[in-house]
Design a protein around this ligand. Sequence first.
Ligand SMILES: [Zn+2]
Length: 381
Amino acid sequence: MKTAFIYTDAYLDYDYGPTHPLRIIRLKSTYELIKAYGLLDFPSVQFIPTVKAEEKDLAIFHSQEYLNILRQANEGILAGEAYVYGLGPGDNPIFPGLYHWSLLVTGATLQAVDFVAEGKGEIAFNIAGGLHHAMRARASGFCYINDPVIGIMRLLSRGKRVAYIDIDAHHGDGVQKAFYGTNQVLTISLHETGYTLFPGTGFEYEIGEGEGKGYSVNLPFPPDTDDDVYVWAFEEVVPELIHAFHPDVVVTQLGVDTFYDDPLTNLHLSMLGYEKVLRRIKEIAPRWVALGGGGYNISNVARAWVLAWAVMNGIELNEKLPESFLKEAVRFEIEGKELRGRLRAPLHCQNKENRMEMERVVRYIKETVLPEVLNKRKSLV
Ligand SMILES: [Zn+2]
């Protein structure tokens, strides 16, 4: 098994601003913890320094007028119409270099895609990627450029069949929308219900349209959903859907804002639930392009993504964080001295109503969505 980790310290040249919840330092702390554990030292692991994407790579999905606005915003120029494109104070601030930041993030996703598509290895991880809310001509939810969509489009252009699994706490709306009308991409999003969380979409009845009917799958979880209900629902539908769709490559968005102490969301996962899902993805994905995503408790992000990288490489990690890393823990805002920390134990919410609601959703998917994928697959074979 050959794997690639894509990263550059150049990410740290950019900053969403002092009060913004998306902190780029979490990428550095993940990289440093991976290095401290020696997880880049294996012969099977390739470290690939990030190279910026080119504008033509972005134009495959985004509109030219939107890219023009982003380029102006990159210089700190706030054009009058920027607001129309979702830019401005708040979620999607204009900060110096925001376009270059987006080129870097997208470049890393394309490098991960190329590594896997060209058969150089089976798994590639871009922790900076997974900016799944960006729309064709609009920034949204801290995302300016939709690197998952651009990565998937590159895979399609190389003749690959792609399934996308999004386990961020927020619905992967930008990716779903991009492929809503096609059966070339199966998108599956597990997230907190749109009734209580941004972006307010991702209900089970959003199943795709036209040729794409049955190829958009949504598992909206009620607030306080714990590991038990989450992992149960995942097991009930995701492996079977992937098996039925039979992709060449699985692209995942591995947001870590589902944990019970995340400040922006209301799901109640622990590291155990997260790890179970990751191990299962590894089993069902023939090849795997892994992207990062949300995660707003800074102390959790590095630990969760290091755990993910260990799962990808089939390595068991010492629970105690390496001494060399602990010396820098304060700088990285890492609390505790253990890998799983206080997220080591599941929080059992014992919420019967949540379980019943997800039984309803799972039943709906099995009766309404899965047959579409199975029948169309049969007609292809
Ligand atoms: Zn999120």
